[in-house]
Design a protein around this ligand. Structure first.
Ligand SMILES: [Zn+2]
Ligand SMILES: [Zn+2]
Length: 399
């Protein structure tokens, strides 16, 4: 544990943005090599893969951790607080492990050390997946997709994949939250451009006003979930997160640009909502003589936990955290690219609570906030969970 804590603090103090995780990847690769684990680097960018072959034949299990940080200025007063700055989208930004991936990387390094110490007894193979670029950038495949394209699951092909995430919910430190089937949402990025015709603000009839059309499209989009989607199938969210158009009070501009996100848990619903976004934008624009260009990009898939594996691994979670600290959770509308791994082979993703013991639930600050704080007391539970999932899966002969 002292080593895991030290790694975590070091990563926390030296966070690296998505696709810049070279220092972190170097430390991970050196550690795996020192343990005598077979190592591949540069997998899907800065990804590192370790392959530990046990002393006895058996199945293959993959454990995954992500390594990247976010463009956030840390506001938590820690002795190992980050003061790192970098460039993101051309802007000078602070960098912070505001999603807790520093803990994920440190815990999986710890699990690799424990498991390599049990090499002779291990029946099967453990693949350690240290992934870059989980946070992703619009228009680019995320780290999980890049690693899969680079063959991370090809030789050997895992029979199952496990991963965990700190925080996400306000659960207390050391607790584990699981859910069979859809656990985290699919995420789509969309961009709508409403094209009008520029004119003087005093004579709107001489042009086509994209601002009025855009404002009605915003309102129209809100009826997709509230009035048109069968919500008993699963939750859904349509958000407009950015809108811009115009430069001056008395000029009606030529166009308005809107950016948004969609969250769903069901493929049919996902496609249906995409079609309704196109129709809503198109027809509202048309009704006023404007036009709309709609571009929708599917970003992250649903993180769906294999129901049978989830059921079988509940006792493992209970041993790792204590039975009273394991609970079934509700679907989360946040998105995670672990879902791409779990689409390829059966998988399970769990949440590890990091809210300090005894602190009020209302004091929990969510991931991605500059005040996100993850209690290190969760680290032993996390390492036990990863090691337990691997050994129990490999030891379960009927699976
Ligand atoms: Zn995140
Ligand atoms: Zn994350």
């Amino acid at each position: 544990m002292p080593k895991v804590v030290a790694w975590r603090r070091d990563f926390h103090q030296h966070p690296e943005l998505s696709n810049q995780e070279t220092r972190t990847a170097g430390i991970v690769a050196a550690h795996l090599k020192a343990l005598g684990i077979e190592v591949r680097t540069g997998v899907g960018g800065n990804g590192v893969v370790g392959i530990l072959r046990g002393g006895r034949p058996g199945k293959t299990v993959a454990l995954r951790a992500d390594m990247d940080a976010l463009p956030v200025v840390e506001q938590v007063d820690l002795p190992f607080k980050s003061t790192v700055r970098s460039t993101y989208n051309g802007q000078d930004v602070g960098v912070m492990h505001a999603c807790g991936h520093d803990m994920h990387t440190a815990m999986l390094m710890g699990a690799a050390e424990v498991l390599s110490g049990m090499k002779a007894q291990l029946a099967g193979t453990v693949v350690f997946v240290f992934q870059p670029d989980e946070e992703g950038e619009a228009g680019k495949p995320q780290g999980a997709v890049a690693m899969l394209a680079d063959g991370v699951f090809d030789h050997p092909k895992p029979d199952a994949v496990f991963g965990l995430h700190v925080g996400i919910t306000s659960a207390e430190v050391g607790t584990l939250t699981y859910r069979a089937n859809g656990f985290m949402a699919a995420s789509d990025f969309y961009r709508i451009v409403v094209h009008g015709r520029q004119t003087h603000g005093a004579t709107p009839w001489d042009g086509v006003d994209p601002i009025v059309a855009a404002s009605q499209i915003v309102a129209g989009l809100q009826t997709i979930v509230s009035r048109q989607t069968k919500l008993t199938v699963g939750p859904a969210v349509v958000t407009v997160g950015a809108i811009s158009g115009g430069v001056r009070n008395n000029i009606i501009p030529d166009s308005v640009v809107m950016l948004g996100t969609v969250r769903t848990f069901d493929t049919g619903m996902r496609k249906d909502i995409q079609a309704r976004i196109r129709r809503t934008a198109d027809l509202i624009a048309q009704s006023q003589g404007a036009t709309a260009t709609v571009d929708i990009q599917e970003m992250t898939t649903v993180t769906a936990n294999d129901a049978a594996i989830t059921q079988r691994m509940i006792p493992t979670l209970q041993r790792a955290a204590g039975a009273a600290n394991v609970r079934e959770g509700q679907p989360v509308t946040g998105a995670e690219d672990f879902g791409f791994f779990a689409e390829r082979v059966p998988g399970m993703f769990v949440f590890l609570g990091v809210r300090p013991k005894g602190s009020p639930e209302s004091a929990f600050v969510s991931n991605h906030s500059p005040r996100f704080f993850a209690d290190e007391a969760a680290l032993p539970t996390g390492v036990r969970t990863l090691v337990g999932l691997a050994t129990d899966f490999l030891g379960e002969r009927r699976m």
